[in-house]
Design a protein around this ligand. Sequence first.
Ligand SMILES: Nc1ncnc2c1ncn2[C@@H]1O[C@H](COP(=O)(O)OP(=O)(O)O)[C@@H](O)[C@H]1O
Ligand SMILES: [Mg+2]
Length: 389
Amino acid sequence: MPLTSPFTPGDLPRVLIGRVRERSRLGDLLARVTAYGEMAGPPVVLHAPRGLGKTSLLRDTEERARELGFVTAWVACAKSSPMLTELVSAVRRALVEADVLDDRARRGILESISVEFALFGVSLTTEFGRGDAPAEPPAGAISGLERVLHEAASTIRARGGAGLLVLIDELHAGPYAELGVLLNTVQNLAGRRSENPVAVMTAGLPSTPEMIMRAATFGERSEFIALDRFDESDASKVLVEPAAAYEIGWAADALVEALDIADGNPYLLQLVGDATWRAASPGAGGETLQLAHVHAGGEAMSGQLEAMCRARWDSASDLEQAFLAAMADFGKEVVPREHIATTMGRDSRAIRVPRARLIDRGIIEAAGRGRLRFTLPGMAAWIRDYQLG
Ligand SMILES: Nc1ncnc2c1ncn2[C@@H]1O[C@H](COP(=O)(O)OP(=O)(O)O)[C@@H](O)[C@H]1O
Ligand SMILES: [Mg+2]
């Protein structure tokens, strides 16, 4: 019987590697709620392209918060689904499951949330009904959500819990108008911080900070935390540690090759680790993953990578595709802006819009002043092979 792969492409990691600074900061914010029973501060916004580990870090934070006695409510936003009613449902569910509440407390708080929720729901649907963003976020929705979060958090605290942690993933996909309500609500809660043992932590694509700043003037006070690719030391750990738990090692040249393919991208590290493991199909501890396994795994991986490259390419407009093609044409990882402008036959200022859109969607990223690179290692080669070839 071969050992099951410990790698988790597209899933929460079995072993969370690195992110030491970010975890420590998030831990400090939780500690503020725990120690003083007050609001953690402005909302946290983790932002990065896909596959960099935002969801993994949010889940890790959720788990740590639970150990500290928080009740946690999680929402993943999706296009065309309402964010705030889902948030309130998530808070309700969390309260139903919360260990700190006895039956009476639970009944009381759920009843009062139901009342708020009905009012809140009405003000959301009437004021958002036309589908376009109201000029001002509706006051009724703000005060409704504010009361729901306040009631939930203070009840949890009064019963001996730490407070309420609200987690919102994929925030960039949330309805823009609802984002205004959320930010205003959090701002109001912060105005009475000592009465609101709440922390709000969110994650989204690189477009999220700008979206937040547009949605509310004080949005810029949010705490923005960008997640980077892993450096070589953390990248090695992503490959080595899950295997080591089964006493499976990596040959030195195999590790170098795998690190080179993934280029510090957490998702690709998991993918290459998994593909290598399955090619090797180790049967017992003590075996070693070899360079030939990385190569054999690479073939299995390429279908997945191609699909990801194609999805990103197809999501781009004609102008954006021309931009991406000009980048791929350069042949080196880090591409100077002038090269793109020259290749496209345009003024450097004229390419600002496609550049900004591609960065917002996490397809490319800045790599120093006036330089860009693809966020997905291998994307340049794919474009050269399939689109320019
Ligand atoms: N700190 C980490 N340590 C190990 N693997 C990680 C880490 N962060 C993310 N990963 C892996 O990377 C992939 C993408 O992670 P995910 O959290 O879904 O990213 P995002 O939400 O930014 O798209 C997953 O396969 C996950 O297992
Ligand atoms: Mg995610």
